[in-house]
Each structure stands twice: as structure tokens, then as C-alpha cells.
Design a protein around this ligand. Structure first.
Ligand SMILES: Cc1cc2nc3c(=O)[nH]c(=O)nc-3n(C[C@H](O)[C@H](O)[C@H](O)COP(=O)(O)OP(=O)(O)OC[C@H]3O[C@@H](n4cnc5c(N)ncnc54)[C@H](O)[C@@H]3O)c2cc1C
Length: 393
């Protein structure tokens, strides 16, 4: 088998690359080790509404579980901050369908797609990577390609096999544990987030509604915590008297929240999505970032193939860092300060920020946040809280 491009991993980033490159007439193979693309999910399935138009993805009810109109944040002492919009602000997807449909859009654009095909190694000839070794339904195969894309998620092995150092220490990852379950009593038009050092160290507990009485309920905490994420989730459910014997799925996963790969390209190999740790370090959402990176990577793959000049692939690194990397590094700096806030700080912030746009807080646009916080005496009198404001500047 010989292709222009082989893409390893049909999560979010991989199919976007495969679709965009195949659409321009190049031969592309997209593989995934899962027998059914998209399953099992490892995700709370929340995404901003803007990605559909931006990345030319149909707004298809088959993978949209529920439209969401905002968020409610809960502080350790029970203060709430609600942001409710008159328009749909995001959706809770059905990723088992969404990922499969993204792969289908790649197939429709001309890419070949093979599930249950696991990349096991790269093939080198005269020091150059000329393809991958894989197991297709258990049988060893070799796939030759001019360009290799590692879109194989947080545990990415293919980038490492290609000589790209993707190592990060455990502290730079969050551990997540989630039940999709029957849960009642939460406004199903909003996502719900609980903060507190005893609730979710460094992270939050979430309820992302998929129905009036069904939701993804999970927690993310720092991976090097002595207690498990499951411990915190079960504790939260017990403390809130939420019955947990009506569970439809258990989802476990790791989220890279500690920084980004500096070099996203080495010769003819590109790394995208979680494999390159392209995740918003504040809230751990990586789908939109994976799409964005996939779009930039595919643009330069198409250019490189057209010009027959693989040096152009390096522009993916440059453009990603200019467009997204710098912004996300700033979000990371703020997250690092936020993770040292006490429960009292969290109370003050959530109490004070009522009315601020959540997207501004998570997305790194802080001027309104700073103005509001500076009006509060409890913020002004605390050096720790002022330190946060300095990071926001
Ligand atoms: C519990 C949890 C909740 C989350 N909630 C949200 C959320 O609500 N919103 C959000 O935006 N993000 C969320 N995320 C993050 C989000 O899931 C990821 O950022 C996103 O899926 C990254 O897309 P990706 O394509 O880079 O990787 P993935 O979606 O992980 O896809 C990688 C694919 O590569 C395949 N693969 C791996 N190795 C190989 C191999 N050797 N050969 C072939 N195939 C291989 C895998 O099977 C997988 O399908 C959550 C993550 C977790 C763990």
C-alpha cells in the first residue's frame, strides 16, 4: 500500500486532516486501532457551537445530543455564577457517532479509512521515514507514505517512534473519571461545574447534560494526586446525595494540561491534537484545539505536496504557535496561578465574577475579568489574589 499521507488515529484531529487533504485530490489513508471508530468515548462531549461553521462540519442531529445555553459554576461554599445566553452556546455531542461521521466525511472526500488497524512502528529507509508498520485485524501490514501524521491521542506512540520527544511528567496531565448516568435535578440547558480543593484538586466536577435526566458526570484532578479521580467523583456524588446505581458507562482518561510540544514537525512527520498536547489547560477541552491544529496541519501538507517541498511542513509549527500556542501558553500561566487558590479565593472569585462571559475567562480574554475583580475589596487586600490579576494582565 502506498499513499501520499497516512494519518494514525481517527479521533478528532486525524479525520480533519484526512478530509482536508483528500479533498485536494491527494491519496490519504486514515487508520484507527478501534474496531468501531469513536467507541469507547473518553470525553464529556462538550464543544463550542462555533466549530461547526469554522471547520465545515454539518450540524447533524445524529451526533448532537443536546444544545446548551450556558454554564453554572459552583464555589466551595455554594456561591453560584450563572451565564445563560439567549442563543445556543455549545452542544453536548455523541462522540461515538461524531468521530465515526468525521471519518466518514474523510472517506467521502476520497480518503481510505481502516478501523481495527493499529500502527506499531515506523519504517525507515536510509534514515528517512517512508511509512508505518501496522496490524490490520491482527495481520501485519506495511503502509508506505510520503507524509506521516501522528494523531494518535494522548498516549501517542507513533510520534515517539518517529523520533519526536513527546514526554511530559505526570504532573502535566489530569486524570479524569466519568459516569454517563441517570441524574436528576440539574438544569439540562446548562453545563454545571463545581470547584474546590476538596472537590477536585486543580480541576472541577462536571455535569454535562445529554437529556433531561441523563448526563456525563465526571471529575478531573492532577495526575500525581495521591487519591484517584474515582475517589473524588464518588465522594462528590455521596456528599450531594446523588444515587449512583444507574450508570450507563464508565469513562476513564488522561488529559494533557501542562504545555505544548515546541516542535510539531520533524522532517515528514507531523503531530496533531492530544498527541501534541494541544488542549486548553484551563478547562481540559481539546476537541476544538485538535480541529484547529488539524486544519493548520492539513493546509501545509497540501502546500508541501503541491510544491513537492517538505520543508514547507515546518510552517505548521510556526502558524500553530502564532495562532494558538501563544494564546494557550497564556491560559496555562493563569491556570498555574489558579491551581494555588484557596477555597476562600474561589468563593470570592465566583461570587464577584457573576455576569462575566465564561468564554472570556476560559479563552484568555481577561480585561473585563480584571476590571470586575479590581472593584472588590477582598481581592485588593489579598497578595495571592493580586498575583492572579498580574498573571491575567
Ligand atoms: C474524561 C475526559 C473528558 C473530556 N471532555 C472533553 C470535553 O467535554 N470537551 C472537549 O473539547 N474535550 C474533552 N476532552 C478532551 C478530548 O477528548 C481530546 O482533547 C480530543 O479527543 C483530542 O482529539 P485527538 O484526535 O487528538 O485524540 P483522540 O480523540 O484521543 O483520538 C486518538 C485516536 O487515535 C487512536 N490510536 C491511538 N494509537 C493508535 C495507533 N497506534 N494506531 C492506530 N490508532 C491509534 C485512538 O484509538 C483514538 O481513536 C476530554 C477528555 C477526557 C479524558
Amino acid at each position: 500500500m502506498k499513499y501520499d499521507v497516512v494519518v494514525v488515529g481517527a479521533g478528532i484531529a486525524g479525520p480533519i486532516v484526512a478530509r482536508n487533504v483528500a479533498k485536494e485530490g491527494h491519496s490519504v489513508l486514515l487508520i484507527d486501532k478501534k474496531p468501531a471508530i469513536g467507541a469507547p468515548k473518553q470525553c464529556a462531549e462538550g464543544i463550542n457551537i462555533g466549530v461547526f461553521e469554522k471547520h465545515n462540519i454539518p450540524y447533524d442531529k445524529r451526533f448532537i445530543n443536546r444544545e446548551i445555553y450556558g454554564a453554572r459554576l459552583y464555589s466551595p461554599s455554594g456561591y453560584t455564577l450563572e451565564m445563560r445566553y439567549s442563543r445556543v452556546s455549545g452542544v453536548i455531542l455523541e462522540r461515538k457517532v461524531f468521530d465515526k461521521m468525521l471519518a466518514f466525511y474523510a472517506a467521502r472526500a476520497g480518503a481510505d479509512v481502516l478501523p481495527r488497524t493499529e500502527a506499531t512502528d515506523v519504517i525507515r529507509e536510509d534514515g528517512k521515514i517512508i511509512g508505518i508498520k501496522a496490524k490490520k485485524e491482527g495481520e501485519p501490514i506495511e503502509i508506505r507514505a510520503d507524509i506521516l501524521v501522528a494523531a494518535d491521542g494522548v498516549e501517542s506512540t507513533i510520534a515517539r517512534k518517529a523520533g519526536i520527544n513527546t514526554y511530559a511528567p505526570p504532573h502535566e496531565f489530569d486524570s479524569a473519571y466519568e459516569y454517563e448516568m441517570l441524574i436528576e435535578g440539574f438544569d439540562p440547558d446548562l453545563i454545571h461545574l463545581w470547584f474546590g480543593n476538596n472537590v477536585a484538586p486543580r480541576g472541577y466536577v462536571w455535569v454535562f447534560p445529554k437529556d433531561e435526566d441523563r448526563a456525563n458526570v465526571g471529575v478531573g484532578i492532577n495526575s500525581d494526586n495521591p487519591m484517584t479521580a474515582k475517589y473524588y467523583l464518588d465522594k462528590w456524588l455521596k456528599e450531594n446525595n446523588i444515587p449512583f446505581k444507574k450508570i450507563l458507562e464508565v469513562n476513564v482518561g488522561v488529559i494533557p494540561v501542562g504545555g505544548f510540544l515546541k516542535e510539531l514537525v520533524k522532517n515528514n512527520v507531523l503531530v496533531v491534537g492530544d498527541a501534541a498536547r494541544q488542549v486548553n489547560p484551563m478547562h481540559g477541552g481539546g476537541m476544538a484545539e485538535a480541529m484547529e491544529a488539524g486544519a493548520i496541519a492539513s493546509k501545509w501538507i497540501v502546500e508541501a505536496l503541491k510544491e513537492e517541498n517538505f520543508e514547507l511542513l515546518k510552517n505548521y509549527t510556526t502558524e500553530w504557535w502564532e495562532k494558538d500556542g501563544k494564546r494557550l501558553e497564556r491560559v496555562l500561566r493563569v491556570r498555574k496561578v489558579v491551581e494555588h487558590l484557596t477555597d476562600e479565593d474561589l468563593d470570592v472569585f465566583i461570587q464577584t465574577l457573576s455576569g462575566i462571559d465564561a468564554e472570556k475567562i476560559a479563552g484568555g480574554r481577561y480585561s473585563e475579568v480584571i476590571k470586575t475583580l479590581l472593584k472588590h475589596p477582598k481581592v485588593l487586600m489579598s497578595p495571592r489574589r493580586i498575583a492572579l490579576l498580574k498573571e491575567l494582565l
